[in-house]
Design a protein around this ligand. Structure first.
Ligand code: BGC
Length: 881
């Protein structure tokens, strides 16, 4: 029987269970503290679900994988599951190969905005800017073009898209890698991106699973580097309802979209590491959501061997325990674990099946995959095939240009993801007499667009966050260059001052008659291994960088036509100056990628329709409620980040708090953005559909299948004498044939059953999860219960796009005022023209997660819907029967 406890609705369920045994016995040398009664606790969930041959969308891939995996030896299967070590080959992640059958090692490469550590690739707009387009087809195109670029470089697995972090705290360092703080919207953006990437023949990776909401303390080693005395990664402590309704929601959509890979995260969740948390990997992702692909660890996020296998991990990345240690939790240890029975043989088969099924699902053919034609570790043509060990010199970079005409999409997407927050008639610009462009953020980085490693700085115009989710710019069109080109075309006078501290010069320019001053300012963040100006990944505040606020205040104090453009990773505080009448427009240009200047020019001159904000602009940092934990709060044990706000982040928090205190009203709400025209909303129509009542899934899975036989003679797994080992390369072979010596473990020989939690080795048929049964969960969750339509009429004088949004109140106590449940970017509505907005509400959309029945339930509380142009401008409303 599957052992699965309920995650308590309360944060701090007590625990003394078999799960604790895993943490005590399987650690990486140090013994993690067992969960104390006052710390949140994650229940055990075993055995790890195996693939379902009938799973929707995976049947053919399953059959192909079965045919392939059935031919593999145990060593070959292990080779698929374990990376060869950091920088041991050309990609950021590389699995072992199966030369006997013509499969080269798989190449895994970042990331969510295109290709990292490569060349002749595009730099797409970051997630949050793509998100601000609210456009399904642009998300799909972006995914497809990124996938095409990956394929052209020989990449098999692209390490994106991301919806974790989702943006619990506005200062979260990596929020910009994802699309939106709203799970419904993020889920659709994830699904479209995944379909795009995989249609191009590359496996997509939904990451980081899960509750990876801050950079501080995500890894103990990294935190120690910043001088913190912590021995374990942060634990994100959250309840079951919040998990389902907020953080896991986009992952469920990703699974339904057929995503091939999921990356588990660095942090702990309820005091169990993301990559060995059986409840989250076995219980939620594979059992309840029906995920059929493979789970890879984030880089060095694996902290145990057999326990991670039992908890559902399928691939160890980059394969070594810590970078270049030459040791692995898997590799030889996994070989040994299977032979000695600590890891069920069917579990290894399932890992191999999942990896190969994802490979076949995206249309790959063994032996016919593109050669890897670039190296992450050098831009020279000649390098090493095994760079860390400096072995096998060869041509590694072939400078293959994979950009195609993707610049068109990039320019369009970044423009359509630019949000106009204020416009007192200053925009669109029309052949202005004199333009003065002010601020560092309009110009180039003196060190060049790629001058800072992994974009770890904020010099010049800000067009990409920092960290692993970056790419090398092929070029970067600055706002200064693009605006000047436009000015010359229009015969406008043009001057720019590109240093924030040149106040005398700025004053001389912006005090002249007829000037249109455009002030550029920014705010940056990124991944925790880089700290910029005291921002260790997470932002330390919500203010503009490089005295941006001062610059805006100074210019607007003397220039009555000051337009502010902000490049930022998320909200910044506009509170002090946004009402100044001299500030005639405020534009959020997000983080736009390589076409930055062209995109902002297209918006400022009204050539494109703008987007809508995918997060809230609050008056104060405190008004957001949840925040990053900046100081350890549990001695040197795992810092505890209690998500006590539940689902109340961003607009849900603002709506809740405003009801209590109007001072919390945000400056600009979620979903807000001005347009080039005005629109009238009318004719709300609610059509109820007839559907069968909800039936929890019943029945049994098949028993765990096994493919091929494996010898139990350790001599068969010894390092082959004809192979010269490469330094620190991770192999599946054993060095000695004595199990005791090989395991390096005094306790070797104890019963595996004592070693592992109950059920971990049980390969018998299991009851199906009532909320599960298919990829994405119970099929009936996707039944359409209501179709809502409304008429959108352009009452102004410009042809432009409108983004109608539908919000729902689930009703009942403790529920948000409203949540997003529908939206559409309707393009090019002409003056006087009406178009129909259509939204479909599924059973899942109307349900709440019921922690008692462990299923989705439509409560009896009255359900209200609203349709309008933002989360606070909702002219149409109706009650659902
Ligand atoms: C990041 C991942 C990334 C991986 C490989 C990790 O530090 O968290 O997002 O995919 O590195 O570069």
């Amino acid at each position: 029987m599957r052992t699965s406890g309920l995650v308590a609705a309360a944060l701090c369920a007590a625990s003394t269970s078999s799960a604790a045994a895993i943490y005590e016995r399987q650690g990486n040398g140090s013994i993690p503290q067992p969960p104390a009664s006052d710390l949140a606790y994650s229940p055990p969930d075993y055995p790890s679900p195996w693939m379902d041959p009938e799973a929707n969308g995976w049947q053919q891939a399953y059959a192909q994988a079965q045919a392939f995996v059935s031919q593999l030896t145990l060593l070959e299967k292990v080779n698929l599951t374990t990376g060869v070590g950091w920088m041991s080959e050309r990609c950021v992640g590389n699995t072992g190969s199966i030369p006997r059958l013509g499969l080269r090692g798989l190449c895994l490469q970042d990331g969510p905005l295109g290709l990292r550590l490569s060349d002749y690739n595009s730099a797409f707009p970051v997630g949050i800017t793509a998100g601000a387009t609210w456009s399904r087809h642009l998300w799909n195109d972006r995914g497809r073009l990124m996938g095409t670029e990956a394929k052209g470089k020989g990449i098999d697995v692209l390490l994106g898209p991301a919806s974790g972090p989702i943006g619990r705290a506005p200062t979260g360092g990596r929020n910009w890698e994802g699309f939106s703080v709203d799970p419904y919207m993020a889920g659709i953006a994830m699904a479209e991106t995944i379909k795009g990437i995989q249609d191009a023949g590359v496996i997509a990776t939904a990451k980081h699973y899960i509750a990876n909401e801050q950079e501080h303390f995500r890894q103990a080693g990294e935190a120690q580097g910043y001088g913190f005395d912590v021995d374990e990664s942060l634990s994100s402590n959250l309840d079951d309802k919040t998990l389902h309704e907020l953080y896991a929601w986009p992952f469920q959509d990703s699974v339904r979209a057929g995503v091939g890979a999921v990356m588990c995260s660095y942090n702990q969740i309820n005091n169990s590491y993301g990559c060995q948390n059986s409840k989250l990997m076995n219980g939620i992702l594979k059992d309840e959501f029906g995920f059929q692909g493979f789970i890879m660890s984030d880089w060095q996020a694996q902290h145990a061997g057999a326990a991670t296998a039992a908890a559902g991990l399928d691939m160890s990345m980059p394969g070594d325990t810590v970078f270049n240690s030459g040791r692995s939790y898997w590799g030889a240890n996994l070989t040994l674990g299977v032979v000695n029975g600590t890891v069920a043989p069917w579990r290894l088969d399932d890992m191999a099946m999942r990896i190969m099924a994802a490979f076949f699902k995206v249309g790959r053919v063994v032996g016919e995959t593109e050669d890897i034609n670039f190296s992450s570790w050098t831009r020279d043509s000649i390098g090493f095939i095994q760079p860390h060990a400096s072995e096998n010199p060869a041509q590694v970079n072939f400078q293959v240009d994979v950009r195609g005409n993707h610049a068109h999409h990039i320019r369009e997407s970044a423009a359509k993801g630019t949000v106009i927050l204020k416009n007192e008639g200053a925009l669109p610009l029309n052949k202005p007499k004199f333009i003065a462009v002010i601020g560092e953020d309009a110009g180039s980085n003196p060190a060049g667009p790629n001058g800072c490693n992994d974009r770890g700085c904020a010099a010049g115009t800000y067009a990409m966050g920092w960290g692993s989710g970056t790419s090398q710019f092929p070029y970067l069109v600055t706002p200064d260059a693009a605006l000047q080109r436009q000015a010359l075309e229009d015969n406008s006078r043009y001057e720019s001052v590109l240093q924030n501290n040149q106040w005398a010069a700025v004053q001389g320019v912006v005090s002249q008659p007829n000037v249109t001053a455009i002030v550029f300012a920014n705010a940056a963040s990124g991944e925790g291994y880089i700290s910029v100006d005291g921002n260790a990944g997470d932002r330390k505040n919500l203010t503009l960088w490089n005295s941006g606020d001062e610059l805006i205040k100074n210019v607007s104090s003397i220039c009555s036509n000051t337009i502010v453009v902000i490049h930022s990773v998320g909200p910044v505080l506009l509170t002090d100056w946004y009402e100044n009448p001299n500030i005639t427009a405020i534009v959020w240009a997000g983080v736009p990628g390589q076409e930055s200047g062209n995109s902002i020019t297209d918006i400022l001159y009204g050539k494109r329709s703008p987007g809508r904000s995918p997060f809230t602009w609050g008056r104060t940092r405190e008004s957001y409620g949840a925040d990053v934990l900046y100081e350890p709060n549990n001695g040197n044990g795992a810092p505890q980040s209690d998500f006590t706000e539940g689902v109340f982040i961003d607009y849900r928090e603002f709506d809740r708090a405003t009801a209590e205190n109007p001072e919390n009203t945000p400056l600009f709400e979620f979903g807000f953005g001005l347009s080039w025209s005005t629109f009238e909303y009318s004719n709300l129509n609610v059509e109820k559909r007839q559907v069968r009542p909800y039936n929890p899934t019943t029945g049994q899975t098949i028993a765990a299948p096994s493919f091929g036989n494996a010898s139990t003679d350790l001599d068969d797994y010894l390092f082959p004498s004809n192979i010269r080992p490469i330094r620190n390369f991770i192999y599946p072979y054993l060095n000695v044939s004595s199990a005791e010596d090989a395991s390096d473990d005094d306790s070797y020989g104890e019963e595996a059953a004592d070693f592992l939690p109950p059920g971990a080795l049980d390969g018998s048929a299991q009851p199906k999860n009532p909320a599960g049964g298919a990829p994405g969960g119970n099929r009936q969750l996707w039944d359409i219960l209501y179709t809502i339509t409304a008429t959108i009429t352009n009452t102004g004088s410009a042809t432009t796009d409108e983004v109608p949004q539908l919000y729902l109140s689930h009703g009942g106590e403790g529920e948000p005022v409203r949540v997003l449940r529908g939206f559409e970017r309707i393009e090019r509505i002409a003056p006087g023209e009406s178009k129909t907005f259509r939204a479909e509400l599924t059973r899942r959309d109307l349900s709440n997660w019921d922690t008692v029945s462990q299923n989705w339930v439509i409560t009896d509380a009255p359900k209200t819907i609203w349709v309008g142009s933002s989360s606070r401008n909702l002219p149409l409303t109706a009650t659902l029967e």
